[in-house]
Write a protein that binds this ligand. Structure first.
Ligand SMILES: [Mg+2]
Length: 125
């Protein structure tokens, strides 16, 4: 059997973490969760992750700063990072891509859209 790919979910909402975890586990992914950007960095450094899904609005360290810090480390330059945020304005998206995001999805995101995009990016990576 093929080894499961690991997704790191970074979101300060317990509801969103649980929901995204459920959706991705149903799609046969292994999931690790973090409650904010700094927790996300810790989880990333202590696990082998294939892809990151991150929120933007989080206390402590927001998604933009989290992505910038991840990208500052050369070993994570190619790590796929998907922003999943309620903020859907084009300037938010521009800021996300500037920080280094691979893709920007707007919440609420249909489960099949999320899974499709994750699969597509992992196939391309
Ligand atoms: Mg949030």
């Amino acid at each position: 059997m093929e080894t499961k790919r690991t997704i790191l979910i970074v979101d300060d909402s317990e509801f969103v973490r649980n929901y995204h975890t459920y959706v991705l586990e149903q799609a046969e992914f292994q999931v690790i969760t973090a409650v904010d950007g700094s927790d996300g960095l810790e989880k990333l450094y202590s696990n082998r992750c294939d892809l990151v899904l991150t929120d933007i609005n989080m206390s402590n360290m927001d998604g933009y700063e989290f992505i910038r810090r991840v990208r500052a480390d050369i070993q994570y330059r190619a790590l796929p990072i998907i922003i999943v945020s309620t903020q859907g304005e084009s300037r938010d998206k521009a800021k996300g891509f500037e920080a280094g995001a691979t893709l920007y999805l707007v919440k609420p995101c249909a489960p099949e859209t999320m899974v499709e995009n994750v699969r597509m990016i992992l196939t391309a990576a």
